[in-house]
Design a protein around this ligand. Structure first.
Ligand SMILES: Cc1ncc(COP(=O)(O)O)c(C=O)c1O
Length: 451
């Protein structure tokens, strides 16, 4: 048998695997970490060392790794039906999950279109919105409004409505240009302005954009409450309520990308609930399957569905497809996830965990290199700066976050800072003791990183 140590697996890996979001050269000095087991919030490497997954494996894992309900549902499903295409065929997991999503989603969302990852869900929503207007005879609507700092994925369509230059700048010649509206990000608010004040001011700017561009705009796309990839930038829920009103007034769609913030992350099952709004499209992935398998869903209204419903020869059908659309195993994992939300007081427990996290992070507010400690539900972030008074950031090339990442790994905690933002976004199975370990490690890692 081949050896199964960290060193042996890393060497084999580096000979053949090209990793996502990675300059592979970094692995000349940064060890590749082979993970062989996961349970709850813990990951175990091939040498037997354990790590708290404080970033929920790229924000996918909501309930903890290998939640027994999800494991049991998957084993049962695997004994019956692995996969069948969803065109011309259906299966109970897909239809039951659609029923269940419609039941728990904001009122008015009545149709579920499946895809198999977050970026694909965004492609679906963008294409469906454009195609809706086309089917209504409004071919001039071809553009999208996105927020500054937005991130919606990395396929070309999703990247076109993404405003994080690290990911999008290189590919600019291949992308369509969005209309960028200033983000209601509270960190970028004017001095003395409340988050609600920033939201109101940004809505005024959005109105001005819509006055100019609504005739050519299909939809406004946003990440509700938290712009995660931009550095966990947070904003007031009143922006979403105002956005809904503006979209109605100007006849453009509202696309809510809850791929990262859905499934309890922000304190409610869906972030849109906090503004009591129903978007025209709700994009879900990541936590949808509890973080177990790749699946995504785009929920929309009957008004949208009806615009595509016609005799075949009318040419109005939405012919978008992915091979693994609505995979039965993934749908069963999603049904089990929603079952856990029904059976266990997940959101109430999270309130207590979030309060503990907030209390433990509070001392960082006084740190000379911390400009902001912010939190929405089970997402907490610390903004590191060179100068607290001017908020001058550390230059990106200094890679301060990386020092924190390396330190935390040594201590048995997975933190993966976004540039100068150290964040904690753990699976909800985390205990207060484990939160203490994560926060203590983050604090020591920050002390090291800002030296
Ligand atoms: C808000 C948001 N939208 C879309 C995506 C893309 O999802 P995926 O990585 O599954 O393509 C992400 C991924 O991080 C995300 O955070």
């Amino acid at each position: 048998m081949l050896p199964r140590s960290n060193a042996a697996l890393a060497a084999r890996d580096l000979a053949v695997v090209w990793h996502p979001c990675t300059q592979m050269h970094d692995h000349e000095t940064q060890p590749m970490l082979p993970i062989v087991e996961a349970q709850g919030v813990w990951l175990t490497d091939a040498d037997g060392k354990r790590y708290v997954d404080a970033v929920s494996s790229w924000w996918t894992n909501v309930l903890g790794h290998r939640h027994p309900c999800i494991v049991a549902a998957l084993k049962d499903q695997l004994d019956r039906l692995d996969h069948v295409m969803l065109a011309g065929f259906t299966h109970e997991p897909a239809l039951e999950l659609a029923e269940e999503l419609v039941r728990v989603a904001p009122p008015g969302l009545a149709r579920v279109f499946y895809a198999d990852n977050g970026s694909s869900a965004i492609e679906v929503a963008l294409k469906m919105s454009f195609h809706y207007w086309l089917n209504l005879g409004r071919a001039g609507k071809t553009r999208f409004i996105a927020l500054t700092g937005s991130y919606h994925g990395e396929t070309l369509g999703a990247l076109s409505v993404t405003d994080v230059p690290l990911y999008s700048a290189t590919y600019a010649p291949l992308l369509t240009k969005p209309i960028l509206a200033p983000s209601p990000d509270a960190y970028e608010g004017a001095p003395g302005e409340t988050p609600a004040g920033t939201a109101a001011r940004r809505l005024g700017e959005l109105r001005a954009l819509l006055e100019r561009h609504a005739h050519e705009t299909c939809a406004v796309i946003v990440e509700p409450l938290v712009q995660c990839a931009a550095g966990m930038r947070m904003y007031d829920a009143s922006y979403l309520a105002g956005l809904r009103r503006l979209c109605d007034e100007f006849d453009v769609h509202f696309i809510a990308d809850e791929i990262a913030v859905g499934f309890g992350r922000t304190g409610t099952l869906f972030a849109c609930e906090q503004a009591r709004v129903t978007p025209d499209f709700l994009c879900l992935s990541k936590g949808l399957t509890g973080g177990t398998l790749a699946l995504s869903a785009v929920l929309t209204t009957n008004a949208v569905y009806d615009a595509f419903y016609a005799e075949y020869r009318a040419g109005k059908a939405f012919l978008h497809s992915h091979s693994f659309t609505g995979n039965p195993l993934a749908c069963r994992a999603a049904l089990a996830t929603l079952q856990v939300f029904r059976d266990e007081p997940v959101l109430a427990n999270n309130r207590a965990l979030a309060a503990h996290l907030a209390q433990r992070l509070a001392p960082l507010r006084d740190h000379p290199n911390v400009a902001d400690v912010r939190q929405t539900g089970m997402i907490a972030a610390v903004e590191l700066v060179r100068d607290r008074a001017t908020r001058e950031p550390f230059p990106a090339h200094e890679r301060r976050g990386l020092a924190c990442y390396r330190y935390a790994l040594d201590e048995g905690v997975v933190l993966r800072p976004l540039g100068n933002v150290v964040y904690i976004m753990p699976p909800y199975a985390i205990t207060t003791d484990e939160i203490d370990l994560v926060v203590d490690t983050a604090m020591a890692g920050i002390a090291l990183a800002v030296r």
